[in-house]
Every structure is written in C-alpha cells, then in structure tokens.
Design a protein around this ligand. Structure first.
Ligand SMILES: C[S@@+](CC[C@H](N)C(=O)[O-])C[C@H]1O[C@@H](n2cnc3c(N)ncnc32)[C@H](O)[C@@H]1O
Length: 275
C-alpha cells in the first residue's frame, strides 16, 4: 500500500493538479491517488509522456545551469512545480554558489513542500502566486527582498504556458516579466505542441489536462516563437542556428541520443534581453 503525503491547507487531494500529475509522471511521491490516475490516463493516450516529462526537466536544468554560466546570479522560476531531483537552486549553485532563487507556483502543495525543502535557506524562497499576474508576482515583498532588478535575472517558465489560455494573454505576460528585468537577463521557456503529433493522442492528452488540471493549450512553433519577441534567442546546441528546438535537444551533447518522441512534445528556447 502506498502511503499518501499529508494534505496541507488549500489542497484537495481528490482534484488532480498539473504539478502533482507532473510529479507522478516523474515518479515522485508528492501526489495523490487522483493524480496518479490522471497520469495513467495521459500515458494511455501517449506512453512517451514519462520520457517527455524527463526531457523537459532536463531542459529546465541545462538551461538554468547555462544561464548561470553566463554570470547570472539570480533566478525567478515561474510555475516551478513540486520539489524534485535537481531543483533550480541546486543546479544553478553548482555554477554560482549562493545564487538567489525565487520559486513561484499557484499550487499550495508546492508552497508547503518547497518551504520544507528550503528550510532556512537565506537565498531562496517559494511564493504562492499566479504567474498570470506579473505585477503581483514582481511586487511580492519576499521576491523583492531577494531579487535585485538592477542586475540580470534568469526568468524560467518551463512547461507552464500550456496551462494558460490565450485569453490570459501569455505573450503580454512574458513581455511584462522581461520588461521588469535588467538588460542581459535571460528567458528560458518550454511549451507543449501538437505539431507532428497524432491528433488522437493530442486530443486525449488535452482532454485529461482540461478535466483534471483546468486546461491544456498546445501551441504551434510560430505561436511559441512569438513569446520571444524583442529577445535574442541563443543557439540551442553547437552548430545550430538561434531558434526553437525540442526540449531534449537543447544543450545536448549527443543529438541523436537526445532526440525522442517524448522530447518532441515540447518546444523550447533560451533568449537574452538585449541592452
Ligand atoms: C508541468 S509543471 C512544470 C514544473 C517545472 N517548471 C518544470 O518544467 O519542471 C507545471 C507547473 O506550473 C504551475 N502553474 C500552472 N499554471 C500556473 C499559474 N498560472 N501560475 C503559477 N503556476 C502555475 C503548476 O502548478 C505546475 O507546478
């Protein structure tokens, strides 16, 4: 019998959440029966979704580490998800010890578990907020006590935008974050797509996320590229043009090994805010 994690205030274990379904796909233990059932339904439509979650997580980590290697010392991780292997503050501190990280998520379980994980860490915080409200997020007192807006910031928003509909103006939202941060800041973004995928699988997966987690909005390559307007996309791997790629390929040493059906569910890129 699996023992279920505690239920913090504000969490309904019977209602699956995007964060907990993702945790279940990654083989984590911060999820409930309803989340595991939803993850199973996702896998029934697209068995490669476990690989997809790992490919996305790998992109998140490689991109964060690469941004730190450009000398960026502070990060805002929007829609950060539940603590898992290789959290953002852990990977960026492999490059810049003491780097500052603010995690932002709208799921109260992320707040509860994130606080537990971070303990008394003076250079990291987790805040419960809706990424669709940039003014609220950027005005948060805890965030402002850690992030220096006169210095470059790494803004990470990976595997989040496909839960945000066009009605919420995700493009305007990204632009607001990137306007607020100093020139020399970076954006790392990934987003699910239906391009090149069997329509039945797309429909099935989207239905699960719509009923279980409030929505699923895959976007085309051109739609994802619009999120980078006004920014300078960096080449995703040695010898590539600066453009979007599949999550598995970004920063990969062995492109052949990294190319998989799972990886091809999400586009990604890293881009710089020019001076
Ligand atoms: C699939 S997980 C991705 C986690 C992590 N970014 C990664 O790539 O490994 C999506 C996360 O986005 C969060 N999320 C979805 N919509 C959000 C919103 N409007 N504001 C803040 N977080 C949101 C969910 O709660 C969940 O933790």
């Amino acid at each position: 019998m699996t023992s279920e994690p505690d239920v913090p205030p504000g969490v309904d274990p019977a209602q699956p959440s995007a964060a907990r379904i993702y945790d279940a796909l990654l083989g984590g233990t911060s999820n409930y029966e309803a989340d595991r059932a939803a993850a199973e339904r996702v896998k029934a439509h697209a068995p490669e979704m476990v690989d997809s979650a790992w490919a996305n997580r790998g992109f998140h980590q490689r991109a964060a580490r690469w941004i730190a290697s450009q000398g960026v010392r502070q990060f805002i991780d929007l829609g950060s998800g539940l603590p898992t292997v290789g959290n953002t503050h852990e990977v960026v501190r492999q490059v810049i010890p003491g780097a500052w990280v603010v995690y932002v998520d709208s799921d109260p379980l992320v707040l509860a578990y994130g606080r537990q994980l971070l303990g008394q860490d003076p250079a990291a915080a987790v805040i419960l907020a809706d990424a669709r409200q940039p003014d609220e997020v950027l005005g948060n007192a805890q965030l402002r006590s850690l992030i220096d807006f006169t210095q470059p910031v790494g803004v990470l928003i990976t595997a989040v935008l496909h839960f945000i509909s066009d009605d919420s103006d995700p493009q305007g939202m990204i632009a607001a974050y990137m306007r607020a941060v100093a020139p020399g800041s970076y954006l790392a973004l990934s987003q699910a797509t239906a391009d090149q995928k069997p329509p039945q699988a797309v429909q099935g997966v989207t239905e699960v996320y719509t009923s279980a987690a409030g929505g699923g909005y895959p976007r085309s390559k051109e739609e994802v590229r619009k999120f980078f307007e006004g920014l300078e996309i960096v080449p995703p791997y040695d010898g590539a043009e600066p453009d979007l790629t599949w999550v598995g390929l970004w920063g990969a040493d062995d492109l052949e090994m990294a190319d998989s059906e799972g990886s091809r569910w999400l586009y990604c890129a890293v881009a710089k805010r020019p001076a």
